[in-house]
Design a protein around this ligand. Structure first.
Ligand code: ADP
Ligand code: F6P
Length: 320
């Protein structure tokens, strides 16, 4: 029977991480375990910045963005020395298992620590939804809704000036936020790395639409493509429609999590503790067909995630 576990957040923060921490802490307590919060991800695990949590430690956080445990990137954790220090710290405190909330990088670290005998369970926490083993990652829904709301604001001013607005959304190398935001904000075009694009045909499409009375032209560009400014410049040159570029940036990472993020985070946090309770580690929790499931970490990391080409096609076909 596992008696003591830790929880940490690692990599980029995501709305809903607090709800996941709360679920882990309260589930562990309800199962009679001691639970410790590890601050700033693997940095805190190595340095011992670790606090015991009780039910009240996670009061009043379910609706807050960010992570109450802070987060960090920790280059030392990629080395044998760093991993050995982390293992020694776990042994010193009697931590038998750790719930790691983060992305692929954090899961690689969790696999390395699991190989050293500390049971680790990963929870997918990133706004990018770019983790292959899961249909959904904690933070994705909130970030997309934020991007959509900001796109709506840009559309207001764009419409008033008969302009084109080129909006760059986050997602690292993945276009999932972009394609959904594009559909939801009525974009004329979505540009992502996963699909080919051609600015000449986009310019033509814009001019055709202008002839029918269209006044605003929303173009959503995924972060991986970059150059929103350059794209706006080229489109303006080709169409003589005034264009502006806006990079939404880190505002997409903040804010109160949506219902979906709070609920999924709570379910996943609960599930992670159930695994640890059974002495199961080296797993990643994910969502498949809307159900919470788990995978071996290495197998999860080797998976490939399909891009929603149909949604992309829908965005293109109805955006005119
Ligand atoms: P994310 O978890 O969001 O993908 P990162 O890729 O920045 O974010 O990874 C977060 C942390 O996980 C890194 O700072 C490092 O401590 C750890 N990590 C990343 N990759 C590895 C790896 N290959 N081996 C061990 N630890 C890793
Ligand atoms: O992974 C989340 C994310 O916000 C990506 O969308 C983005 O590429 C990256 O993190 C930004 O990282 P940083 O916070 O280091 O600027």
């Amino acid at each position: 029977m596992i008696k003591k576990i830790g929880v940490l957040t690692s990599g980029g923060d995501a709305p809903g991480m607090n709800a996941a921490i709360r679920a882990v802490v309260r589930t562990a307590l309800s199962k009679g375990m001691e639970v410790y919060g590890i601050r700033r991800g693997y940095v805190g695990l190595i340095s011992g910045d670790i606090i015991q949590m009780d039910a009240r430690s996670v009061s009043d956080i379910i609706h807050r963005g960010g992570t109450m445990l802070y987060t960090a990137r920790c280059p030392e954790f990629r080395t044998d020395e760093g991993l050995d220090k982390a293992k020694a710290k776990c042994e010193e405190l009697g931590l038998e298992g750790i719930v790691v909330i983060g992305g692929d990088g954090s899961f690689r670290g969790a696999a390395d620590l699991s190989a050293r005998g500390i049971l680790c369970v990963g929870l997918p926490g990133t706004i990018d939804n770019d983790i292959a083993c899961t249909e959904y990652t904690i933070g994705y829904d909130t970030a997309m809704n934020t991007a959509m709301e900001l796109a709506d604001k840009l559309r207001d001013t764009s419409q008033s000036h008969d302009r084109c607005t080129v909006i760059e959304v986050m997602g690292r190398n993945a276009g999932y936020i972009a394609v959904n935001t594009g559909v939801a904000s009525g974009a004329i075009e979505v540009i992502t790395k996963e699909m080919p694009y051609d600015l000449d045909s986009l310019a033509k499409k814009m001019l055709e639409a202008k002839k029918t009375g269209k006044q605003n032209f929303v173009v959503v560009v995924a972060e991986g493509i970059g150059h929103a400014d350059e794209i706006a410049k080229v489109l303006q040159e080709k169409t003589h429609i005034e264009a502006r570029a806006t990079v939404l940036g880190h505002v997409q990472r903040g804010g109160s999590p949506t219902l979906r993020d709070r609920v999924v985070a709570s379910e996943m946090g609960y599930y992670a503790v159930e695994l640890l309770e059974q002495g199961i580690g080296n797993r990643v929790v994910g969502m498949k067909d809307n159900k919470i499931v788990d995978f071996d970490i290495q197998e999860a990391l080797a998976m490939k995630k399909p891009y929603d080409e149909r949604l992309h096609q829908i965005a293109e076909e109805i955006g005119f």
